[in-house]
Design a protein around this ligand. Sequence first.
Ligand SMILES: [Fe+2]
Length: 266
Amino acid sequence: MNYYEYFLKCRENFEQEDKPSLEEFYKNPVVKIPIGQFGEPYTDLINDISSAVKDDFDSYVEDDIMLKHKGFWKYEGELKKISNFLVPYLENNRFGCHLHVDKIYIYRTLKLENRESSYLWHYDNNPAEIVKNIIYLNDVTEENSPFEYMGDVDKKGLIVEPSRRGPGHWRPPPNNSRLTTQQIDSLIKSGYSGIKVVGKKGLTYSFCNDTIHRANPIMSGYRDVLNIRVKPTLEKAPEYINKKWTTGFETSGEAEMNPEIAWRVE
Ligand SMILES: [Fe+2]
């Protein structure tokens, strides 16, 4: 079973009267999460984790273009509370199925001279049903590395068909999943453009990992980000985030080939 087929099964297995449409899921892969709905408790959580993460990174001695947080589990309580706002929203309004969190990344973008790695236009090339949710932990302007995605005139994101879709279709991506300048030029000629996501601390965006995207250089300051990645699951997990099925930078970002390998308690 590939990820698409598994996703359909997960949707069938999720009781919901008005399911969000599949077309909306695939054709509008980048959405702003209306965090106002979550109220003050969400803002308070973001404020708390934001200042703690700032202190962590300020104490790092490395001087790299990106600092990777070494131990997000110290924020297990806060992360679980944040996911209890965010993930049900995604289940009910985006996926129409149960989800669990398979990855958490906390990172700081720092100064940059040349574009490299995720600063180039790319897609992550995991199955399209794997969705990343970025939460800015400080205010982000054009100056401090806004997330940018390729979108049409209506700002709808553009996705690339991944070369990893499930067992039987799991290949390395062409050009290491980076887009060439010619490809980007031809997209721009046909009406697409880079859309920079700027906003205040707490701004939360959800995007399919195969959306064409990149980070931008830091002109001044820094950018701290919390990235929560979700995956459809057939059965409801006891909790969204758990050491048994949630990992971070310590393991590869490549998803499991078999979508049925989801959370398990033992
Ligand atoms: Fe990426």
